[in-house]
Design a protein around this ligand. Structure first.
Ligand SMILES: [Ca+2]
Ligand SMILES: [Ca+2]
Length: 163
């Protein structure tokens, strides 16, 4: 069979096949790009909400006294205090998990959102090192924002607590 006998409209079958493969690859790449942009577009409001709840949590932390007004030497909730309404100092937040998140303005967020607080005393020279509760004047407050039980935003702040 001669070379001319295998051509279609001036192109060989190999050339046509190669063009089809290249076109298929381009279409597949375009589909992938569209899928990624759709995913980012869907996640952007969730990421913004998580970041907002994280910042709102730290705003709450900064509004609280660094130690309990009536029992400054204790760590955690003091006798008679019940979370969340009884929280009146930073270390009262330790272990709090808000399953119905309400921001500082009173806005309620959906049940899919939750927020977890952890407060610990840390070493003055290396704040990554947790020490016995109340043994130093430095607190590390960590807040994690969760969506359907999965951490989507987390950050920490260091606070000076006079002893
Ligand atoms: Ca306390
Ligand atoms: Ca307290």
């Amino acid at each position: 069979m001669s070379r001319r006998a295998t051509s279609v409209g001036g192109f060989t079958y190999v050339e046509v096949l190669l063009a089809v493969v290249i076109l298929a690859g381009a279409v597949a790449s375009m589909g992938l790009v569209l899928e990624q942009s759709r995913t980012i577009g869907t996640d952007a409001p969730r990421i913004a909400t998580a970041d907002y709840l994280l910042r709102d949590g730290f705003a709450w932390v900064r509004m609280l006294a660094r130690s309990d007004p009536t029992s400054p030497g204790t760590f955690g909730l003091e006798a008679g205090e019940v979370a969340p309404d009884g929280i009146d100092d930073v270390d009262d937040l330790d272990g709090l998990i808000e399953t119905q998140v309400v921001d500082r303005s009173g806005e309620m967020f959906g049940a899919e959102w939750s927020r977890k607080f952890a407060v610990s005393s840390v070493d003055l020279t290396d704040p990554r090192v947790t020490v016995a509760a109340g043994s130093t004047a430095l607190l590390r407050v960590t807040i994690a924002v969760r969506l359907r039980g999965i951490d989507v935003a987390e950050d920490y702040a260091l606070l000076w607590r006079p002893q």
